[in-house]
Design a protein around this ligand. Structure first.
Ligand SMILES: [Zn+2]
Length: 99
């Protein structure tokens, strides 16, 4: 799996007289964009031959997190049921309220 999302960009080059100067920009080029551990945005160029692999990797990452979220809900509900069966603390005047 691959963390991040795919984006496409077109660009101009510096060659004098190139078609991109008249609006026919180069591309589209695919990039895998992501946040670094320091929180900065970064990107990796994905060549055409790697686009399908990148799409599959990003899809797997999204699926991983969706499943992790579903698992967390199940774990919380299971823990809630267990803890409920273990009983509640005796009521005290200074006990936190709520629920
Ligand atoms: Zn050009």
């Amino acid at each position: 799996m691959l963390q991040g999302s795919l984006s496409e960009t077109t660009r101009t080059c510096g060659r004098p007289g190139c078609r991109c100067q008249q609006g026919q920009r180069h591309g589209p080029h695919t990039y895998l964009t992501f946040k670094t551990a320091e929180g900065r945005s970064s990107a990796v160029y994905v060549p055409a031959a790697g686009v399908r692999e990148a799409q599959a990797g990003v899809a797997a990452w999204k699926r991983f997190w969706r499943l992790a979220g579903e698992l967390a809900v199940l774990n919380r509900e299971a823990a809630r049921a267990r803890w409920r069966a273990q009983g509640r603390p005796a009521r005290r005047r200074d006990a936190p309220t709520g629920r």
